[in-house]
Design a protein around this ligand. Structure first.
Ligand SMILES: Nc1ncnc2c1ncn2[C@@H]1O[C@H](COP(=O)(O)OP(=O)(O)OP(=O)(O)O)[C@@H](O)[C@H]1O
Length: 267
């Protein structure tokens, strides 16, 4: 069982994608009712981790408990909202038709559709075809769909990518509003200045969590003044703890130079 106050509890999670072990023994705990940022370089496994949490990723070992149930349990369908990196919407349906469709799948009503339209500021766009929406509107529609059914946990994969600063600020204000009402949000991002808006930060690198702290705690422990500098400092620390790659250890020493070239020698 998850500990009280914990929304996600992960132990020794292993995931293979293709020939690569993307997550190898990942351990993680996400507190309930907080905005938790998941940061890390491209390809480090953020999406794979999020997919494992929402139950759409085949895993090779370990436990993923979400709101006290194994990830992907049917009972979690309405309790977990997921916004993928690419907007998951039907191009040939209007904004309202998209949301009505997803609301039907979740057995939630028309008032829920109106609620999420309002929250994502899409009420003026309800009859517009999804295909003709701007990039920012598309991602807000995708977010609106994830908000249907009032999920207790929202897993958002780079929800602010490509948005202008005003829209990004609006979305972060919405995330804060939702967290204040008790929702847990796990939000991945590449934008380091967004890190300071989180209650907690998870820094990920090469399939493992290398730091789990509050933004202030992270700055303090690294003696830095920005999230970006803190992240680089932690990556440097993490790199120096790692053993050198095998081939470096196994490689024979280079042959000693037979003679040193001196000025005037022709190489
Ligand atoms: N279907 C797949 N088959 C093989 N390898 C995959 C597959 N999907 C992802 N990977 C690899 O798994 C690793 C982790 O990918 P993932 O999408 O989880 O990273 P990410 O941190 O979310 O990256 P980004 O920030 O660029 O979205 C990458 O090296 C990627 O190339």
């Amino acid at each position: 069982m998850a500990t009280a106050g914990t929304a996600i509890e992960i132990n020794a999670l292993r995931v293979r994608r293709g020939k690569t072990e993307v997550l190898s023994g990942l351990v993680l705990s996400v507190p309930a009712g907080a905005v938790v940022g998941l940061l890390g370089p491209s390809g480090c496994g953020k999406t794979t981790l999020m997919r494992s949490i929402v139950g759409t990723q085949k895993t090779a070992g370990g436990d993923v408990l979400v709101l006290g149930e194994p990830a992907g349990s049917p009972g979690l369908r309405r309790r977990v909202g997921y916004m993928t990196q690419q907007a998951s919407i039907y191009e040939d349906l209007s904004v309202r038709q998209n949301l009505k469709y997803f609301a039907r799948v979740l057995s939630t009503g028309a008032e829920d559709v109106a609620r999420v339209l309002e929250l994502t500021d899409l009420s003026a766009k309800t009859d517009q075809l999804a295909a003709s929406l701007s990039g920012g509107e598309r991602s807000r529609l995708s977010l609106a769909a994830a908000l249907l059914g009032r999920p207790e946990l929202l897993v958002l994969d780079e929800p602010t990518v490509g948005l202008d600063p005003v829209l990004r600020a609006d979305l972060w204000a919405l995330f804060r509003l939702l967290a204040d009402a008790g929702t847990t949000l796990l939000v991945s991002s590449h934008v380091m200045d967004e890190a300071t808006r989180c209650d907690r930060l998870l820094l990920m690198r090469e399939g493992t969590i290398i730091a789990d702290d509050s933004p202030d705690g992270l700055l303090e422990s690294t003696g830095t003044s920005t999230a970006e500098a803190a992240f680089l400092a932690i990556i440097a620390q993490d790199g120096s703890r790692k053993p050198p790659p095998k081939e470096q250890v196994a490689a024979p020493p280079p042959p000693a130079p037979r003679h040193r070239l001196s000025e005037g020698d022709t190489p």
